[in-house]
Design a protein around this ligand. Structure first.
Ligand code: 13P
Length: 262
């Protein structure tokens, strides 16, 4: 029997929106999707605000019982201790975060996060029952030198080293050259890498977990191109940057089942 994976549309806000703006945005997003009768079982929605917004978003989501998930953009590999400026997975779990983004290319390049650190952070997330959204992706240079799948596959293997059993993870394939460039991968390119990543999931986590694990595409996703990605068999959603800050655009991406004809 074919496994069905609930698509996930995730908005990575990066360093945008303070906690008051976050409250207004999430409230309006919920209204907009409610008005449009969005079926949250057909496409799950999650937002990833800055750390300082999370308590406000949690309070709003829980008091108004909004069907919107949320998570953090990073976490510490450590649970507690003398690590000034770090945020523990334990704190994120207390804030009812469902997810945490790990190994985004901006953290890998701007904060020197190595594959080892990414792996340690994945384990920290799993210790606290947070679902890690493990980001992998190649630069334009990697693409030219090694082809499309080699670097993302190696990054995913490293991120999952030490993870065993029925781990609940999400993988996000984000080609670095497509992030913020306005030049998205083609659906065929995304599918080719997503299929290779699913093979890694089969090898590391087993067939059953691999069949259930969602693989997202990220990099210049917009309402105008989401349909093509969602038609691909191994692409189960999107990690959206810039377009997740535009309410109408993001709501339209979330509502892709209505314009994809799936
Ligand atoms: P853009 O959608 O702005 O290209 O960003 C993608 C991204 O980095 C999401 O994590």
């Amino acid at each position: 029997m074919a496994v069905t994976r609930t698509p996930l549309i995730a908005g990575n806000w990066k360093l945008n929106l303070d906690h008051l703006q976050a409250i207004a945005f999430v409230q309006k997003l919920a209204w907009s999707l409610g008005d449009a009768k969005h079926d949250f079982a057909a496409a799950e929605v999650a937002v990833f605000p800055p750390f300082t917004d999370l308590r406000s978003v949690q309070t709003l989501v829980s008091s108004d019982k909004l069907p919107i998930a949320f998570g953090a953009q990073d976490l510490s590999e450590h649970d507690s201790g003398a690590y000034t400026g770090e945020i523990s997975g334990a704190f994120l779990a207390k804030l009812e975060c469902s997810y945490v983004i790990i190994g985004h290319s901006e953290r890998r390049t701007l904060h020197n996060e190595t594959d080892e650190v990414v792996g340690a952070k994945v384990q920290a997330a799993l210790r606290h029952n947070l679902v890690p959204i493990i980001c992998v992706g190649e630069t334009a240079d990697d693409l030219e030198k090694h082809g499309p799948s080699a670097v993302p596959v190696a990054q995913l293997r490293a991120a999952l080293a030490g993870v065993t059993g029925a781990a609940d993870v999400v993988v996000a394939y984000e080609p670095v050259w497509a992030i913020g460039s306005g030049q998205a991968a083609t659906p065929e390119q995304a599918e080719q890498v997503a299929a290779a990543l699913r093979t890694v999931l089969v090898e590391t986590l087993g067939e059953d977990v691999a069949a259930k694990t969602r693989i997202l595409y990220g990099g210049s996703v917009k309402a105008a191109n989401i349909a093509g990605f969602m038609r691909e068999p191994n692409v189960d959603g999107a990690l959206v940057g810039g377009a997740s800050l535009d309410l109408d655009e993001f709501a339209s991406i979330v509502r892709f089942p209505q314009h994809v004809g799936l």
